[in-house]
Design a protein around this ligand. Structure first.
Ligand code: MLT
Length: 412
């Protein structure tokens, strides 16, 4: 009989967002009137239409595809040159950061990239994740067999958990034991916290000292408002030798359904081989792309490229402004309830400390039942998230104003 990957059997519950979806569906089935008023502020999914510049570029691209001369079959697996160039030029070189076009790998999403990247790392690495954490980092390591079983608090044996608390501003201290792979996400999902330059310098110094690799998820960088908050790990000297960066068009360009993202793998970044030598990761990731991926569609990449046009940049800025305005309203509403509120200043997520005596799932149930609003329970992001909940600012202004009203009417 064929054997399954028993690592999957270690996974604790369903993936967080499908689990929320399941509970919301059960609630809606049982309460059809409440279902009609339901507002979703759970999953961080954008709500506003695709920017005009993107739509126009995609229309042009589809028309090209309808001609013999303009038809595109398989493209370069790593992304078309026009998009790799636009990314490297606009997101990095224009800001004084060294990233070559061929260090950009265009993909169908950062979630996929964060999981797929494990293909090019060995099995013996000691892995550090923050707690709370974007669950993909943990679950993909479980699936790859890099962990032991989960304990009763859902923490997996073999992973090093770095607590992110209100006291440390949701930026972890360096680990007390050596680690090889470190997942950092700033602006942070779920807490909305940012890491300062000094904090990232500390992590880069650690990684260089320990020959560790930082997997830096910058999916929310477009939401940074404060001038001194780093947008890229490569703003920190030395990071090209120790960090991979993930970025996405999902949250800035509204591509959650369109699917396009990218990963930067600098050519200087090297890791140890089984025989004790060192080799660069770039050719391995390149090889993985050529073997396991056939690239993002031409039409989608033309759409993504348009985000870097003058019009595209202005339209992205307008989207960010809308969602950050939403974040301000939601922060204010949660504060009016007398709750401690974090994030929401440089990120589209508001991280709320609930009243004493409620677990995260109890708060989820209460807000769903009494306000008919879907939030995300903090404990779904890890043990250190217990007692918190996350509100996503991705919604229409009308819905957010209504959520704010309903929040203020809740009695805790
Ligand atoms: C979230 O809600 O945390 C995000 O939607 C995660 C994601 O982008 O996959």
């Amino acid at each position: 009989m064929a054997q399954l990957n028993s690592n999957y059997l270690k996974l604790k519950t369903g993936y967080l967002f499908p689990e929320i979806g399941r509970r919301v569906k059960a609630f809606c089935d049982a309460n059809p009137d409440a279902a009609k008023r339901l507002i979703r502020c759970g999953i961080g999914d954008v709500t506003e239409p695709l920017p005009l510049a993107v739509r126009e570029a995609m229309h042009r691209a589809i028309d090209e595809m309808g001609t013999r001369e303009g038809f595109h079959g398989y493209g370069p697996e790593q992304g078309y040159e026009f998009l790799r160039h636009a990314i490297a030029e606009n997101d990095y070189r224009a800001k004084g950061l060294e990233v070559a076009d061929d260090e950009v790998f265009v993909s169908d999403g950062s979630k996929c990239d964060c999981g797929n990247i494990l293909d090019i790392f060995g099995d013996g690495n000691r892995i550090a994740v923050t707690d709370p954490v974007y669950p993909v980092y943990v679950d993909t390591n479980v699936m790859a067999g890099h962990t032991g079983e989960a304990d009763e608090s859902s923490r997996y044996g073999g992973l090093v958990y770095l607590d992110c608390t209100a006291e440390n501003g949701f930026v972890p201290e360096l680990p007390g034991e050596p680690v090889d792979l470190i997942y950092l996400c700033y602006p942070n999902n779920p807490t909305g916290a940012t890491a300062t330059r000094a904090q990232l310098e500390k992590w880069v110094a650690y990684a260089l000292d320990h020959d560790a690799v930082i997997l830096f998820d910058a999916a929310y960088e477009a939401y940074i408002q404060d001038a001194d908050v780093p947008h890229s790990i490569y703003e920190i000297p030395g990071a090209r030798k120790c960090a991979i960066e993930f970025r996405s068009f999902s949250k800035n360009g509204g591509f959650t359904g369109t699917r396009c993202a990218f990963t930067i793998v600098p050519k200087e970044l090297e890791c140890r081989t089984d025989t004790g030598g060192k080799k660069p990761l770039h050719p391995l990731w390149n090889r993985r792309f050529s073997t396991k991926f056939n690239g993002v569609s031409y039409v989608t990449q033309r759409g993504a490229e348009a985000l870097y046009s003058k019009e595209g940049k202005a339209q992205v800025a307008a989207l960010v402004e809308l969602y950050m305005g939403n974040a301000a309203l939601l922060c204010a509403a949660a504060m009016e309830c007398g709750l401690a509120v974090y994030g929401g200043k440089n990120a589209p997520y508001i991280w709320v400390r609930g009243p004493q005596g409620y677990t995260s799932w109890e708060m989820f149930d209460k807000v769903l039942a009494e306000a008919n609003v879907v939030i995300t329970p903090g404990s779904g992001f890890g043990l250190a998230g217990e007692g918190y909940f996350r509100i996503s600012a991705f919604n229409s202004r009308t819905n957010v104003e209504e959520v704010a009203r309903r929040f203020k009417a809740l009695s805790w």
